[in-house]
Design a protein around this ligand. Structure first.
Ligand SMILES: CC(C)(COP(=O)(O)OP(=O)(O)OC[C@H]1O[C@@H](n2cnc3c(N)ncnc32)[C@H](O)[C@@H]1OP(=O)(O)O)[C@@H](O)C(=O)NCCC(=O)NCCS
Length: 175
């Protein structure tokens, strides 16, 4: 059965619900401080020139926000690129395709906007299904070598740049 949901752009009225999604989604992650880092990061990502409102998407079921993904302006050397994350789904709605729907939608939206590359730090078992590979395979260097194969990238164009990736500024001041 297809799980019924809508994927659409985030509106300002969604912000409290999106905050709650990231608190709940990341609360169970190892080393998390109850999801506060990811929820706070999402707030800061909306507040700067790196924010791309077309690439902040929510999943809605029965009128309620149950998931969120955001991609923001980063760079590879001097070229523009995207950094993806946070991605979160309310625990009671996980494993029903919501995260996958958000990922496919944000990748397609980025491609439609002529973006050339998306990078992320995430579980190496989850993101290959969306076409991500270890970024090093694409000649893209991680901001932190310790991330290894968890730093992944997806090329959207043959014109994708190579070199050192940098996230939007709020990622660099994470506690
Ligand atoms: C990761 C997350 C967004 C996936 O959302 P979801 O709606 O459950 O995803 P889907 O239903 O589309 O896909 C579920 C699949 O992803 C897999 N998956 C989920 N989290 C995973 C993880 N950490 N590592 C590997 N696989 C994972 C599930 O096992 C499931 O696999 P299956 O399809 O083979 O059964 C969600 O689990 C979440 O919010 N987790 C907490 C926050 C987080 O870790 N975000 C990502 C940061 S990298």
């Amino acid at each position: 059965m297809i799980y019924p949901m809508l994927i659409r752009r985030e509106h300002a009225t969604d912000h409290p619900a999106v905050h709650a999604v990231h608190l709940a989604a990341f609360a169970a992650s190892p080393g998390s401080d109850g999801g506060r880092v990811e929820a706070g990061l999402t707030e800061r990502l909306r507040d700067g020139p790196w924010f791309l409102p077309r690439l902040s998407l929510v999943a809605v079921i029965d009128g309620a926000v149950v998931g969120h993904v955001i991609a923001t302006r980063g760079s590879v050397e001097q070229a523009p690129a995207l950094g993806l994350g946070p991605l979160g789904v309310l625990p009671e709605h996980q494993k029903r395709g919501v995260g996958g729907a958000l990922m496919h939608a944000v990748i397609a939206a980025a491609e439609a906007l002529d973006e050339t590359l998306i990078a992320l730090l995430g579980h190496p078992e989850y993101y290959p299904r969306f076409g991500f590979v270890p970024a090093a395979e694409l000649g893209v260097t991680s901001p932190d070598p310790a991330w290894g194969a968890a730093f992944q990238a997806r090329r959207l164009s043959e014109a994708a740049p190579r070199g050192r990736f940098r996230y939007a500024e709020p990622f660099e001041t994470l506690g």
